[in-house]
Design a protein around this ligand. Sequence first.
Ligand code: GLU
Length: 375
Amino acid sequence: MADRNFKGIKRIVVKVGSSSLTDEKCNIDKGKVKALVSQIARLKKNGLKVVLVSSGAVACGVGKLKLKKPVYTIHEKQAAAAVGQGILIQMYEHSFAEYGLTVAQVLLTRGDFADRKRFLYARNAIECLLHMDVVPIINENDTVSVEELKFGDNDKLSALVAVLIDAEMLVMLTDIDGLYDKNPSKNADAKLITDVHSITEKIKSAAGSSGSNVGTGGMITKLEAARIAGDSGIITGIVKSTEKDVLLRFINGERIGTAFWPRSDRLKRKKRWIAFASSIAGKLIIDEGAKKALVFNGRSLLPSGITAVEGKFDVGNTVSVVSGGKEIARGIVNFSSEEIEKIKGKRTNEIADILGHKYCDEVIHRNNLVIIGKE
Ligand code: GLU
């Protein structure tokens, strides 16, 4: 069993779900908020940089507008978020002020991560806030995001924020003690899994269905967040928000909740962005030989190994590389989909003749290529 020594942690992302902030009527539960804010204040006092990813905008809006649960239209949800986000941030502003702390509201959309420039702009702004000792409070900008372009849940958003700011730890506060080997509400003998070293199929099936009613995230989305964080070298904790001082206790190394241990060979910064944050513009289907060259020999992707192209994309877009029906890599392409359509299956010395020009041999250079789940 891994020793939980988190002494070197300096940057942490804390994610809190709607159910950990509101009561059954979707009104803010002041006691829950105070418990959270006082712990973050203690972490700040100990010199940690903390970013809070907080859900609750929709829930607060639903409470204020007295909307009927549980079905709201997308527009109602967007409207509820617009009303609720103000309530949420006002509440944090007051609560943190009691500890002499200033907060900042940062609302992000998936597009802010998908576009590398916007990703870097967001990073600079958050860095600046951290430098000023402010507590950034991040949520998805629900009012302007439509369903198909949304993260949808703040679990993935919190993992990407942890990647964005180079955090060492992500702690997700939720309404369940951690990850169980089976659904604890249905099985009295369900056991808490205290440490996860690799997110295997068994772990995924243990996660089962959602554990909470108010937010949108469940255990599956938390596992996905832990995977993104883990591949980026970040430790993830899932703990129950109502446990006394749970955040501090987890960070102090107490065996509480579930800890997900990261891979030791963390992806480099740009590769993390390629793998998790950038949006996928299309697919390249490759043959067995190319797969071996990419996965086992660390090579670039050349036209000769490509058998098919799916989607329309441009130079500089991120695409998914597929072999045998499975995504094996993601990378940034040096050619457009139209060009690849013409040079697929050909040798590199034929590229110039076919296209009438040639910038490079590699369709995806190995420096811009991430092997999924391995590299
Ligand atoms: N962004 C949503 C909100 O603030 C919550 C998403 C989630 O539940 O994870 O209400």
